[in-house]
Design a protein around this ligand. Sequence first.
Ligand SMILES: [Mn+2]
Length: 456
Amino acid sequence: MPEGKQPVMPFSASLSRRLEEASARIKSHKGQVRIVSHYDPDGIGAAAVICQMVRRLGLNFRATLSKNLTDEMLAEIRSGTPEEQMIIFTDMGSAKISILDDFPHSVIIIDHHQPESEGKKVIHLNPHLFGMDGGREASGSSFALSLAITVDPTNWDMIGPALAGAVGDRQSLGGFTGYNEDLVIAGTKAGLLKVEMLPNIKGGTIYDSLIESPEPYFKGITGRKREASRFIKWMDMEKEAKISDLNDEKRRFFNSICTLRLLRQGATPEAVGDFITTRCWINGWNMYADELSSLFNSCSRQGEQTLGLALALGDAAARQRAIELEKAHREFILTNLRELEAEPPKAMENIQYFMNPEVNYAGALAGLGALYFLDTSKATIGMAEKDGTIHVSARAPRALVKRGLNLGAACKEAAEKLDGAGGGHDIAAGATFPLKSQNKFLKEMDRIVGEQLAAK
Ligand SMILES: [Mn+2]
């Protein structure tokens, strides 16, 4: 970091106090640190930020990335971790405060999901406790950076993974706001980042992006060689054209044509608005935050979250391997989105649902489908079966959330009635329950979502 350009964050007094308390606790800690994080991109980013922070203090650490934090897992962590070790939970833990408060260990929780309570003994860092919207303005990884830079400003160099995680939780849609935006502003002033307004075209040429990138998803074009070539030709452009090759007039034309196509296919306003998007170039990574995020994502979707963590901590071989995994990941998503286009989800009154054989992909498919081409008046439910259990990923356009939809609450209520479990954010949530209860679950979800939408 250039001398004298230390970034400054406008933390509130109460957040500053909590950060100082956590920082002092970590700095005075002597033994090993156990880090337990969510396995998704935000969890990987958060774990990386905290691992680096702990490593710089000269402390040994062990990191575990897991899909969820069940009571059984908590019991295992409690008994399997020597009491003199400190345990830091990231991107999870806020829903289990009463159990964690009872741990004999020194426990710090950095999470942005709705907290169960503030807690007494644990140090609890959650944006919701400091007047911020944890669904939108701060993610597990971006909030973890607040602690890391309080402990040691050198950790500002972890802003790449921190923002990549926030992108993974879709907090960059429509531009970063609140705390995340403060991070970006501070990082830009310090020369760590560059913010650009660009069409969301990934990789080299426009053609490559249409063929290889599931996002933005153009109905009838994305992932199809012949149709993509025809589209490019129709716009009177060369197949080799890159965004940077286009003059202003051409670029405006390209932007408006793409925007119109998205509108016509019924994409959500957030997807259309996000076509021209604010992208954060991370100097230290030589890539955009969204590109790093999609590397994390492909690692976690393919059960290689540890590889994602190694990548986030700067391992070059891990980076190469992650790039290869991502290619396979994109191909799978593209094939399945095309199938969703050909065979749309089954519609009920307030929800639409589909099955996919891959447990780890139902969420991505539901999310992209809901954003780009599915019925925007219904919540989308992606389901996958594994070992007799149905895994649900529910997604919805922001407009439905504004009308009162809360998928986290709906998933929790519906699943708990059926001996399952569920929860999450208003806009994106999940649930698991026994296979035999599938129809009952869908009926319940349809009813609850209908009531939520009618109530407001
Ligand atoms: Mn998260």
